[in-house]
Write a protein that binds this ligand. Structure first.
Ligand code: NAP
Length: 276
């Protein structure tokens, strides 16, 4: 099988027009921005999430965007819990039969549970592992055969700076995101060794302004706080601001397209300098 990237005219490199992308957790935050950015470049995007109403709205707003319409992109929404293996099969089948294949998968759905390891429950540990790590495993396993059939594959796994370095009261989250980072590299090498036309990379956002910060569990907050203060967090970011979801979506677009044809098993850090 031909390795993707061979014989490509330079002007074709950036194009993802007509490609089919699945974005998990696409009803909100980073996933929503990724779905929009890919559709703006002409991709047919299948947004999936457990948040039905928000997911439907995301698809509608993307479809009504002029830039998306001009590019010939589109979005659809399907309810999908990434921890459900049977549902993954249905999602892939739908992408192939209704949209024409699977070329791009953004394994983005995730939750962030914090708190002291001394009080962290096994149930929370397992729930977070299930969404953040099992969900990525199931997505990768389900999508690769469809990508081989489609002749092009780029899988982008959403890790975090918390997958590169530890943080107090975030050890369980660190474990999931560090797992995503190394799982990505192992699968990337398996795809390369087999000459499957599938690249696999991870993205490592820093502090990004999304609704995830409003869902932080109370055990993680300082006494007297009822939400994480992003303005305060911005003070510790070298560039002086927290990121916005589009900062991440632009990196995801690059990894999705053939502009990154020689990149696999790597980690794209988008963090305003936090990990520098
Ligand atoms: P977000 O706004 O909370 O969006 C995540 C979406 O995923 C939500 O709609 C969420 O629904 C959904 N979801 C949760 N569990 C799911 C499941 N089992 N199956 C399918 N969908 C599920 O969060 P975000 O900030 O955009 O985060 C997206 C990804 O980026 C996550 O993997 C996160 O760990 C990572 N990340 C975020 C930041 C940041 O600063 N925002 C930094 C580094 C990495 P619910 O509302 O029901 O949970």
């Amino acid at each position: 099988m031909q390795w993707q990237g061979e014989d490509l005219a330079r002007e074709d490199l950036a194009k993802i027009e007509g490609k089919v992308a699945i974005v998990t957790g696409g009803a909100s935050g980073i996933g929503k921005a990724c779905a929009l950015r890919l559709a703006e470049e002409g991709a047919r995007v299948l947004i999936t999430d457990i948040q039905d109403e928000l997911g439907g709205h995301s698809a509608e707003s993307i479809n009504s965007t002029e830039r998306v319409q001009r590019a010939g992109g589109q979005a659809q929404f399907l309810t999908h819990d990434v921890t459900d293996e049977g549902r993954w099969q249905q999602i892939i089948e739908h992408a192939e039969s209704a949209l024409g294949g699977v070329h791009i998968l953004v394994n983005n759905a995730g939750i962030g549970l914090g708190g002291s390891i001394l009080e962290f429950s096994l149930a929370d540990w397992q729930r977070q592992q299930a969404v953040n790590l099992d969900g990525v495993f199931l997505g990768v396993k389900s999508a690769i055969p469809a990508m081989i059939r489609s002749g092009y594959g780029s899988i982008i796994n959403m890790s975090s700076v918390a997958g590169l370095k530890g943080a107090a009261n975030l050890a369980a989250y660190n474990a999931t995101k560090g797992g995503v980072r190394l799982f990505t590299k192992g699968v990337a090498l398996e795809c390369a060794q087999n000459r499957w036309p599938v690249r696999v990379n991870s993205v490592h956002p820093g502090v990004i302004d999304t609704p995830i910060w409003t869902k932080v569990n109370p055990e993680y907050l300082q006494p007297g706080e009822n939400a994480v203060n992003l303005d305060e967090m911005a003070l510790s970011v070298p560039v002086g601001r927290v990121g916005n979801p589009h900062d991440i979506a632009n990196g995801v677009l690059f990894l999705a397209s053939e502009e990154s044809a020689y990149m696999t098993g790597t980690e794209l850090v988008i963090d305003g300098g936090i990990s520098a």
